[in-house]
Design a protein around this ligand. Sequence first.
Ligand code: SF4
Length: 468
Amino acid sequence: MSESKDSSLDKVSETKQRLDKVSDAFCLAKWYQATLHLHNGNTQSCHHVGSHRVHKTDLNARGPMALHNTPEKKLERTQMRKGQKPAGCEYCWKLERQGEISDRTYKSAEDWSMPFLDETAKFDGSEDVLPKYLELAFDNVCNFKCMYCSPLYSSSWEAEIKKHGPFPTTGFYNNMSLFKFQGRSVLPDQDKRKYIDAFWEWWPQLKNELIHLRVTGGEPLLTDETWRLLDELKSGEFKNLNFAINSNLGLSTKIMKKFVDNLNQIRPNVKSVLVYASIDTVGRQAEYIRNGLVEDQFFTNLETLLRETDGKVVASLMITVNALSIFGLKGLMQKIEALRQKYPEAVIAFDTPYLRNPEHLCLHILPPEMSVYIQEAVAFLKQSDYFSDREVNRLERLLSLMKDNPWGKSKLKRLREDFYKFMKEHDLRRKTDFLGTFPELDEFWQDIETHLGRWTFRKLTEFIRPQL
Ligand code: SF4
């Protein structure tokens, strides 16, 4: 049932006031949240900001604390203390300019950050700190190729790009040479091992400090290191730890059973267990967006999790709102309501972050009148007893984002053309059928096609992709 409470909004607004007293750029996520991509030696403070490499020399000199306290993060912490807004956090600044509540506040209101506000307000930014919320990827092994993902997080994407090259968009989407230049390529095995070993060296210190540990990938359940971590959690006591794991739930019955058995053994040892499962919409559109997804398998595995963990494991759906996901958003909300009705003992949460990259797949490329699909979903949530104020608020903020297009006319035109080129190439490579799957976009598509010139693009595609 809904956790609908006005108090959740009160808490958020009180947090904002307390943060702003320190500075209007102050965000506790910069200190206490870390994502570690061990397979490419990168780190970031939250998923809205870009990642950067942890230098091997720094790791050798300072040990595993260097995995989180990089010179780049320390500079941004210092900026925030002085009231300067780091450019990498534009996601939050933009929402705040629009009068919305950003993740700077939502994240700082959490149990892993808010208790440390007073202490952190005394720091100048140069201190080493242990993360309280750690997101961890051991590898990029994945059986899916979601439309907006990349070879950095999916070995299936990596194989496709190695075979066919980057997509023929303006910026050559998923260009591996660019990742190499940026220091983000997946590392060779012996280099990857250095970062993974550093993590295991850090683990005895970390495990007693962490409040949240979230394992991601790739698909983490296809990586041996994840099962090693699950074994660790089965064999110890971690009373303050909230353990979470991402999964695409594209798992065989056998792996799903082993996973649920492990979670049931871990559950008494930790404070909570949560499974984040990603799905963006329903039906064929969902399967198109998240290539590899079989909707029935997803919901069967989700129900196995809900049923066989007796409501002791929280399931949270990660719904990445993008240009193709909004048509079925209301349908997905209806499924969530039905699950909440069927499993009243279970906690079935969800979040609706919006996609920012690649830009050609963002909501903003759509004509603003298409926000009607989001309005329908919001209206559905409002009339139901099964959704909280916060859930409605998070979905509703997408409406103002759609109204306010961040790009000028020429950039919008270029991104729409990139959208078209991406989808054409997607259909060629993956034998998919864009227009058959998204009839809602027929007029939009024809419009771009008319401007782009059918003949030129077809010939160009045939020329550069003769093997498809
Ligand atoms: S200000 Fe926003 S983008 Fe920056 S670290 Fe905080 S939550 Fe992330």
